[in-house]
Write a protein that binds this ligand. Structure first.
Ligand code: SF4
Ligand SMILES: [Zn+2]
Length: 357
Protein backbone atom coordinates (compact mmCIF):
# COMPACT_ATOMS: atom_id res chain seq x y z
CA UNK A 1 0.00 0.00 0.00
CA UNK A 2 1.42 3.41 -0.99
CA UNK A 3 0.55 5.05 2.34
CA UNK A 4 2.47 2.36 4.26
CA UNK A 5 5.56 2.87 2.09
CA UNK A 6 5.45 6.62 2.65
CA UNK A 7 4.79 6.16 6.34
CA UNK A 8 7.71 3.77 6.74
CA UNK A 9 10.07 6.14 4.91
CA UNK A 10 9.10 9.07 7.15
CA UNK A 11 9.38 6.91 10.26
CA UNK A 12 12.85 5.60 9.29
CA UNK A 13 14.16 9.14 8.69
CA UNK A 14 12.75 10.26 12.06
CA UNK A 15 14.39 7.33 13.89
CA UNK A 16 17.76 8.27 12.38
CA UNK A 17 17.53 11.83 13.72
CA UNK A 18 16.07 10.94 17.12
CA UNK A 19 18.04 11.49 20.31
CA UNK A 20 17.85 8.38 22.48
CA UNK A 21 16.42 8.92 25.97
CA UNK A 22 16.97 6.83 29.10
CA UNK A 23 14.07 4.82 30.58
CA UNK A 24 13.90 7.33 33.44
CA UNK A 25 13.63 10.28 31.03
CA UNK A 26 10.80 8.48 29.22
CA UNK A 27 8.81 7.93 32.41
CA UNK A 28 6.34 10.55 33.53
CA UNK A 29 3.03 11.03 35.35
CA UNK A 30 0.34 13.55 36.31
CA UNK A 31 -2.77 13.69 38.42
CA UNK A 32 -6.17 15.28 37.71
CA UNK A 33 -9.89 15.33 38.48
CA UNK A 34 -11.83 12.79 36.45
CA UNK A 35 -15.15 11.07 36.06
CA UNK A 36 -14.68 7.46 37.10
CA UNK A 37 -17.22 4.67 36.76
CA UNK A 38 -17.69 5.10 40.53
CA UNK A 39 -18.41 8.86 40.14
CA UNK A 40 -16.10 11.85 40.44
CA UNK A 41 -12.59 11.14 41.62
CA UNK A 42 -8.93 11.55 40.72
CA UNK A 43 -6.89 9.81 38.07
CA UNK A 44 -3.16 9.21 38.13
CA UNK A 45 -1.77 8.97 34.59
CA UNK A 46 1.52 7.10 34.35
CA UNK A 47 3.58 6.71 31.17
CA UNK A 48 6.11 3.90 31.33
CA UNK A 49 8.71 3.15 28.67
CA UNK A 50 8.69 0.02 26.51
CA UNK A 51 10.49 -1.30 23.46
CA UNK A 52 7.82 0.54 21.38
CA UNK A 53 4.51 -0.09 19.62
CA UNK A 54 4.87 -3.23 17.47
CA UNK A 55 2.59 -1.75 14.79
CA UNK A 56 4.73 1.40 14.47
CA UNK A 57 7.99 -0.59 14.45
CA UNK A 58 6.76 -2.98 11.75
CA UNK A 59 6.76 -2.61 7.96
CA UNK A 60 3.59 -0.51 7.96
CA UNK A 61 5.28 2.36 9.81
CA UNK A 62 2.29 2.65 12.17
CA UNK A 63 -0.58 5.12 12.22
CA UNK A 64 -0.25 8.30 10.15
CA UNK A 65 -0.89 10.70 13.05
CA UNK A 66 1.06 9.02 15.86
CA UNK A 67 4.59 9.61 17.10
CA UNK A 68 4.34 7.81 20.44
CA UNK A 69 7.12 5.61 19.17
CA UNK A 70 9.47 8.54 19.92
CA UNK A 71 8.65 8.00 23.60
CA UNK A 72 9.95 4.44 23.41
CA UNK A 73 13.22 2.82 24.27
CA UNK A 74 13.59 0.62 21.14
CA UNK A 75 15.51 -1.97 23.13
CA UNK A 76 14.02 -4.52 25.56
CA UNK A 77 13.91 -3.12 29.08
CA UNK A 78 14.71 -4.82 32.32
CA UNK A 79 11.39 -6.04 33.77
CA UNK A 80 12.29 -4.99 37.33
CA UNK A 81 13.38 -1.55 36.12
CA UNK A 82 10.03 -0.86 34.41
CA UNK A 83 8.18 -1.93 37.55
CA UNK A 84 10.33 0.26 39.76
CA UNK A 85 9.84 3.27 37.48
CA UNK A 86 6.09 2.69 37.66
CA UNK A 87 6.11 2.49 41.46
CA UNK A 88 8.32 5.62 41.67
CA UNK A 89 5.69 7.63 39.77
CA UNK A 90 2.72 6.10 41.58
CA UNK A 91 4.15 6.92 45.01
CA UNK A 92 4.40 10.63 44.20
CA UNK A 93 0.67 11.05 44.80
CA UNK A 94 -1.56 11.01 47.82
CA UNK A 95 -4.54 8.81 47.06
CA UNK A 96 -8.11 9.92 47.59
CA UNK A 97 -11.08 7.61 48.21
CA UNK A 98 -11.86 7.16 44.49
CA UNK A 99 -8.65 6.81 42.54
CA UNK A 100 -8.16 5.54 39.01
CA UNK A 101 -4.78 4.64 37.54
CA UNK A 102 -4.28 4.96 33.79
CA UNK A 103 -1.17 3.20 32.55
CA UNK A 104 0.07 4.44 29.18
CA UNK A 105 2.75 2.47 27.36
CA UNK A 106 2.69 4.34 24.03
CA UNK A 107 1.32 1.16 22.47
CA UNK A 108 -0.44 -1.96 23.74
CA UNK A 109 -0.27 -2.92 27.41
CA UNK A 110 -1.44 -6.45 26.61
CA UNK A 111 1.22 -7.10 23.97
CA UNK A 112 3.84 -9.25 25.79
CA UNK A 113 6.58 -7.93 23.50
CA UNK A 114 5.87 -4.35 24.60
CA UNK A 115 5.08 -5.09 28.26
CA UNK A 116 6.63 -8.40 29.37
CA UNK A 117 4.14 -10.68 31.13
CA UNK A 118 6.14 -10.57 34.36
CA UNK A 119 6.04 -6.74 34.37
CA UNK A 120 2.31 -6.70 33.68
CA UNK A 121 1.82 -9.19 36.49
CA UNK A 122 3.91 -7.19 38.98
CA UNK A 123 2.18 -3.88 38.22
CA UNK A 124 -1.34 -5.30 38.44
CA UNK A 125 -0.57 -7.27 41.62
CA UNK A 126 0.87 -4.10 43.18
CA UNK A 127 -2.25 -2.07 42.29
CA UNK A 128 -4.58 -4.81 43.51
CA UNK A 129 -3.25 -4.21 47.05
CA UNK A 130 -3.98 -0.46 47.02
CA UNK A 131 -7.30 0.07 48.78
CA UNK A 132 -8.09 3.48 47.25
CA UNK A 133 -7.34 2.38 43.69
CA UNK A 134 -10.78 1.50 42.40
CA UNK A 135 -10.18 1.44 38.65
CA UNK A 136 -7.30 0.60 36.33
CA UNK A 137 -7.26 1.65 32.69
CA UNK A 138 -4.88 0.44 29.96
CA UNK A 139 -4.76 0.68 26.18
CA UNK A 140 -4.46 -2.14 23.66
CA UNK A 141 -4.90 -2.95 20.00
CA UNK A 142 -7.60 -5.61 19.40
CA UNK A 143 -5.22 -8.41 18.40
CA UNK A 144 -3.92 -8.75 21.98
CA UNK A 145 -7.34 -8.88 23.64
CA UNK A 146 -8.14 -12.54 24.30
CA UNK A 147 -10.13 -14.29 27.00
CA UNK A 148 -7.03 -16.00 28.35
CA UNK A 149 -5.05 -12.78 28.68
CA UNK A 150 -7.99 -11.07 30.39
CA UNK A 151 -8.47 -13.96 32.79
CA UNK A 152 -4.80 -13.64 33.61
CA UNK A 153 -5.27 -9.91 34.28
CA UNK A 154 -8.09 -10.61 36.73
CA UNK A 155 -6.11 -13.33 38.48
CA UNK A 156 -3.88 -10.43 39.57
CA UNK A 157 -6.52 -7.73 40.01
CA UNK A 158 -9.33 -9.59 41.76
CA UNK A 159 -12.53 -7.57 41.71
CA UNK A 160 -11.08 -4.16 40.82
CA UNK A 161 -12.53 -2.47 37.75
CA UNK A 162 -10.39 -2.88 34.63
CA UNK A 163 -11.05 -0.82 31.50
CA UNK A 164 -9.54 -1.58 28.11
CA UNK A 165 -9.24 1.42 25.81
CA UNK A 166 -9.04 0.56 22.12
CA UNK A 167 -8.02 3.04 19.42
CA UNK A 168 -10.82 2.35 16.97
CA UNK A 169 -10.45 5.93 15.64
CA UNK A 170 -13.42 5.66 13.25
CA UNK A 171 -16.21 3.33 12.22
CA UNK A 172 -15.42 4.17 8.58
CA UNK A 173 -13.26 1.33 7.25
CA UNK A 174 -11.86 3.38 4.36
CA UNK A 175 -10.70 6.16 6.68
CA UNK A 176 -9.23 3.73 9.22
CA UNK A 177 -7.38 1.64 6.65
CA UNK A 178 -6.38 4.15 3.97
CA UNK A 179 -6.01 7.46 5.83
CA UNK A 180 -4.98 6.36 9.33
CA UNK A 181 -3.24 3.10 8.41
CA UNK A 182 -4.58 1.50 11.56
CA UNK A 183 -4.21 -2.07 10.31
CA UNK A 184 -7.33 -3.59 11.82
CA UNK A 185 -10.92 -3.87 10.70
CA UNK A 186 -14.25 -3.09 12.29
CA UNK A 187 -14.75 -6.85 12.68
CA UNK A 188 -11.50 -7.11 14.69
CA UNK A 189 -12.74 -4.31 16.92
CA UNK A 190 -16.18 -5.86 17.37
CA UNK A 191 -14.59 -9.20 18.24
CA UNK A 192 -12.61 -7.55 21.06
CA UNK A 193 -15.66 -5.74 22.40
CA UNK A 194 -17.52 -9.06 22.33
CA UNK A 195 -14.68 -10.78 24.21
CA UNK A 196 -14.89 -8.08 26.89
CA UNK A 197 -18.69 -8.30 27.05
CA UNK A 198 -18.59 -12.08 27.37
CA UNK A 199 -16.53 -11.74 30.58
CA UNK A 200 -18.75 -9.17 32.24
CA UNK A 201 -20.67 -11.74 34.28
CA UNK A 202 -17.47 -12.97 35.89
CA UNK A 203 -15.29 -9.85 36.06
CA UNK A 204 -15.51 -6.09 36.56
CA UNK A 205 -14.42 -5.30 33.00
CA UNK A 206 -15.25 -2.35 30.73
CA UNK A 207 -14.35 -1.14 27.24
CA UNK A 208 -13.63 2.30 25.85
CA UNK A 209 -13.09 3.41 22.25
CA UNK A 210 -10.88 6.28 21.19
CA UNK A 211 -12.28 8.27 18.28
CA UNK A 212 -9.88 10.38 16.24
CA UNK A 213 -11.20 13.79 15.18
CA UNK A 214 -10.07 14.87 11.69
CA UNK A 215 -7.64 12.32 10.24
CA UNK A 216 -5.60 13.37 7.20
CA UNK A 217 -7.49 14.00 3.91
CA UNK A 218 -10.69 14.78 5.81
CA UNK A 219 -12.35 18.18 5.77
CA UNK A 220 -13.96 19.94 8.74
CA UNK A 221 -17.50 18.83 7.95
CA UNK A 222 -16.59 15.21 7.24
CA UNK A 223 -14.56 15.14 10.46
CA UNK A 224 -17.54 16.22 12.56
CA UNK A 225 -20.00 13.84 10.90
CA UNK A 226 -17.64 10.86 11.06
CA UNK A 227 -16.81 11.37 14.74
CA UNK A 228 -20.49 11.56 15.77
CA UNK A 229 -21.38 8.56 13.59
CA UNK A 230 -18.54 6.58 15.19
CA UNK A 231 -19.81 7.33 18.71
CA UNK A 232 -23.28 6.06 17.71
CA UNK A 233 -21.70 2.92 16.26
CA UNK A 234 -19.72 2.32 19.47
CA UNK A 235 -22.87 2.46 21.55
CA UNK A 236 -24.59 0.03 19.14
CA UNK A 237 -21.84 -2.58 19.44
CA UNK A 238 -21.73 -2.41 23.24
CA UNK A 239 -18.77 -0.15 24.11
CA UNK A 240 -19.03 1.33 27.64
CA UNK A 241 -17.46 4.76 26.98
CA UNK A 242 -16.05 6.81 24.12
CA UNK A 243 -13.24 9.34 24.17
CA UNK A 244 -12.64 11.76 21.27
CA UNK A 245 -9.08 12.70 20.38
CA UNK A 246 -8.89 15.79 18.17
CA UNK A 247 -5.66 15.84 16.21
CA UNK A 248 -2.52 17.53 17.47
CA UNK A 249 0.34 17.43 14.99
CA UNK A 250 2.96 14.95 16.17
CA UNK A 251 6.54 15.31 14.97
CA UNK A 252 7.91 12.86 12.41
CA UNK A 253 4.55 11.75 11.00
CA UNK A 254 2.90 11.78 7.59
CA UNK A 255 0.35 14.10 9.14
CA UNK A 256 3.11 16.60 9.99
CA UNK A 257 4.42 16.53 6.41
CA UNK A 258 0.96 17.36 5.04
CA UNK A 259 0.52 20.11 7.65
CA UNK A 260 3.88 21.67 6.74
CA UNK A 261 2.83 21.78 3.08
CA UNK A 262 -0.48 23.46 3.98
CA UNK A 263 -2.50 20.37 3.11
CA UNK A 264 -3.81 19.74 6.60
CA UNK A 265 -5.17 21.88 9.39
CA UNK A 266 -6.10 20.61 12.89
CA UNK A 267 -9.81 20.82 13.73
CA UNK A 268 -11.48 23.91 15.13
CA UNK A 269 -12.36 23.81 18.84
CA UNK A 270 -15.90 24.71 17.70
CA UNK A 271 -15.97 21.37 15.85
CA UNK A 272 -14.96 19.54 19.03
CA UNK A 273 -17.84 21.27 20.80
CA UNK A 274 -20.35 20.34 18.11
CA UNK A 275 -19.15 16.72 18.27
CA UNK A 276 -19.39 16.42 22.06
CA UNK A 277 -22.77 18.19 22.25
CA UNK A 278 -24.32 16.09 19.48
CA UNK A 279 -22.90 12.92 20.98
CA UNK A 280 -24.27 13.71 24.42
CA UNK A 281 -27.69 14.45 22.89
CA UNK A 282 -27.81 11.25 20.84
CA UNK A 283 -25.68 8.67 22.62
CA UNK A 284 -26.34 7.48 26.15
CA UNK A 285 -22.92 6.07 27.10
CA UNK A 286 -20.48 8.58 28.71
CA UNK A 287 -18.40 10.56 26.21
CA UNK A 288 -15.20 12.52 26.77
CA UNK A 289 -13.31 15.09 24.72
CA UNK A 290 -9.54 15.08 25.14
CA UNK A 291 -8.27 18.66 25.26
CA UNK A 292 -4.51 18.02 25.01
CA UNK A 293 -2.88 20.49 22.66
CA UNK A 294 -5.95 22.77 22.53
CA UNK A 295 -5.00 26.35 21.68
CA UNK A 296 -1.42 25.46 20.69
CA UNK A 297 0.12 26.02 17.24
CA UNK A 298 -0.06 22.28 16.46
CA UNK A 299 -3.40 21.57 18.09
CA UNK A 300 -7.13 22.33 17.76
CA UNK A 301 -7.49 26.09 17.57
CA UNK A 302 -10.15 28.82 17.45
CA UNK A 303 -8.71 32.23 18.33
CA UNK A 304 -6.68 33.76 21.16
CA UNK A 305 -9.81 35.19 22.77
CA UNK A 306 -11.75 31.96 23.22
CA UNK A 307 -9.30 29.01 23.11
CA UNK A 308 -8.79 28.85 26.87
CA UNK A 309 -12.41 29.57 27.82
CA UNK A 310 -13.66 26.76 25.61
CA UNK A 311 -10.95 24.34 26.70
CA UNK A 312 -11.93 24.87 30.35
CA UNK A 313 -15.62 24.52 29.50
CA UNK A 314 -14.92 21.16 27.83
CA UNK A 315 -12.87 19.91 30.80
CA UNK A 316 -15.72 20.82 33.17
CA UNK A 317 -18.32 19.24 30.89
CA UNK A 318 -16.34 15.98 30.77
CA UNK A 319 -16.78 15.61 34.52
CA UNK A 320 -20.46 16.63 34.50
CA UNK A 321 -21.29 14.99 31.12
CA UNK A 322 -23.12 18.23 30.31
CA UNK A 323 -23.63 20.21 27.09
CA UNK A 324 -21.45 23.24 26.34
CA UNK A 325 -23.78 26.12 25.63
CA UNK A 326 -24.00 29.91 25.82
CA UNK A 327 -20.40 30.70 24.80
CA UNK A 328 -19.83 32.78 21.69
CA UNK A 329 -16.95 34.52 19.93
CA UNK A 330 -16.52 36.33 16.63
CA UNK A 331 -14.33 33.49 15.28
CA UNK A 332 -17.42 31.25 15.27
CA UNK A 333 -18.44 32.81 11.95
CA UNK A 334 -15.12 31.80 10.39
CA UNK A 335 -15.71 28.25 11.58
CA UNK A 336 -19.20 28.22 10.04
CA UNK A 337 -17.70 29.57 6.80
CA UNK A 338 -15.01 26.87 6.85
CA UNK A 339 -17.60 24.14 7.38
CA UNK A 340 -19.84 25.45 4.59
CA UNK A 341 -17.06 25.90 2.07
CA UNK A 342 -15.62 22.47 2.81
CA UNK A 343 -19.04 20.96 2.07
CA UNK A 344 -19.37 22.93 -1.16
CA UNK A 345 -16.07 22.08 -2.79
CA UNK A 346 -15.11 18.88 -0.87
CA UNK A 347 -11.66 20.39 -0.33
CA UNK A 348 -9.59 18.93 2.50
CA UNK A 349 -7.53 22.08 3.00
CA UNK A 350 -8.35 25.56 4.25
CA UNK A 351 -9.79 27.75 1.53
CA UNK A 352 -8.96 31.45 1.46
CA UNK A 353 -11.05 34.32 0.12
CA UNK A 354 -14.43 32.60 0.13
CA UNK A 355 -17.47 34.45 1.44
CA UNK A 356 -17.99 33.48 5.07
CA UNK A 357 -21.70 32.72 4.94
S1 SF4 B 1 -1.89 4.98 17.48
FE1 SF4 B 1 -1.47 3.20 18.78
S2 SF4 B 1 -1.27 1.49 17.29
FE2 SF4 B 1 -1.09 3.39 16.11
S3 SF4 B 1 1.13 3.72 16.00
FE3 SF4 B 1 0.34 4.90 17.76
S4 SF4 B 1 0.62 3.57 19.53
FE4 SF4 B 1 0.79 2.27 17.69
ZN1 LIG C 1 -12.71 32.91 19.23
Amino acid sequence: MEIQKLNKEIRTKTFEKMKKKSPKQLTTSWYQDDLLYAGTGKTIFIIIPTIGCSWALGDSGGCTMCSYISDSHFKPLDTVEIFELFVGEFEKYELTENTCVKIFVSGSFLNPIEVPIITRYKILKYLSKKKHVKEIVVESRPEYITKNVLKDVFSCLGDKLFELSIGLETSNDFTREEKINKGFSKEDFEKSVETIRSLKNSYNIKSKAYILVKPILTNENEAIEEAIETAKYCERVGVDRVSFTPITIHKGTLLEQLWKKGSYHPPWIWSAIEIINETRKNVSIPSFMDTSGFGSRRGPYNCKKCNKILKNAIIESNIKQSLIEGINCECRLHWIGDKKSSSLNRSKTTIKHLPLI
